[in-house]
Design a binder for this molecule. Structure first.
Ligand code: DON
Length: 304
């Protein structure tokens, strides 16, 4: 398929969304951008089009990476004891679902409460802070040594992160979060502020699609069980309450971020990274999801 034509076809969708305004660093981003990078794992081919080399804030796509890192450090059983795998029916930063349903742990690792809890599990080791470990792991699994923290985005996250602070203190009060709240939040704010490209996310998707093995050098980065668990949770909660909608339309495990990024992992086939910053009401890239739907249909990627 011709990726430039696909981008043309989805371009007008940008007008249906809006850049995230609740984080000032994201509000400044030009909405008129759409890029894609495809990593064909089975045939070791890569192609890209549009704004595929632009760096953008990873935001919630980082939740995939910290989940994988926590599983690698603590084991899947320990992580499964901390967060569930269900959709909430509420926006990603809500506090309501735990209160209403009297849950003792966040319903999944991709809503903010679950992600902050996962980040809190990573302890300082060999003099490396939790964020330094996450940054190194991100560079490895995205095969991108140039990933760094953007201080402007980080300062924005700090200034506007009161709902996340509420979630963290709520988790602490409920006995779910047992490490230092300030450190846990700082790790979370920093992980959201890492700058990636479509290629970085396609590489992450390719590792997941390839059962945990980096297709660029044949080395295993994560366990097969971690890859399977994470793809399943991406399928059921990666696009928040719209996950069911896109399970039908796209049928590929996908995770979004409010920076406009999408990572998708089509098992045994493709890792896909997409960027387009205008978002729908749920915080998912509008043109990005239209493009992913087109690609999935053309390449017959739906796992169903
Ligand atoms: O915590 C927040 O609200 C942001 N740093 C990340 C949220 C996000 O990306 C949700 N995804 N679509």
């Amino acid at each position: 398929m011709n990726l430039n034509d696909a981008i043309q076809e989805c371009w007008d969708k940008i007008d249906e969304g809006q850049v995230a305004t609740y984080i000032p660093g994201l509000a400044k981003v030009d909405p008129y951008q759409l890029g894609v990078y495809l990593f064909d794992v089975a045939n070791d081919k890569r192609c890209q089009a549009g704004a595929s080399r632009v760096r953008f804030a990873i935001e919630s796509v980082s939740k995939v990476i910290t989940l994988l890192y926590a599983i690698e450090r603590l084991g899947l059983t320990a992580v499964e004891a901390q967060v569930g795998t269900r959709q909430t029916g509420f926006p990603f930063d809500t506090i309501l679902n735990m209160e209403i349903t009297k849950e003792t742990h966040p319903l999944n690792a991709f809503i903010n409460s679950g992600a902050i809890l996962i980040s809190s599990l990573i302890e300082e080791e060999d003099g490396q802070s939790p964020f330094e470990q996450i940054l190194n792991f991100t560079r490895e699994i995205c095969n991108d040594p140039e990933i760094t923290l953007d201080d402007g985005i980080y300062q924005s996250e700090l200034r506007t992160g009161d709902m996340n602070r509420s979630l963290a203190y709520y988790l602490k009060a409920k006995g779910a979060l047992n490490n230092d709240v300030t450190t846990s939040l700082d790790t979370y704010f920093k992980q959201c502020s890492m700058m990636v490209t479509c290629e970085s996310l396609a590489n992450l998707g390719a590792v997941l699609a390839n059962d945990g093995i980096a297709p660029w050098n044949g080395e295993r980065i994560i366990s097969s069980a971690a890859a399977t668990y994470t793809k399943s949770v991406m399928m059921t909660t990666g696009l928040y309450n719209e996950s069911g909608t896109y399970s039908v339309k796209i049928g590929v495990p996908t995770k979004s971020g409010v920076g406009g990024g999408l990572v998708a992992a089509a098992p045994n086939h493709y890792g896909i990274g997409i960027f387009s910053p205008a978002l729908d009401h749920a915080g998912n890239s509008v043109a990005g999801l239209a493009l992913l739907e087109l690609i999935s249909k053309e390449l017959k990627l739906s796992i169903f």
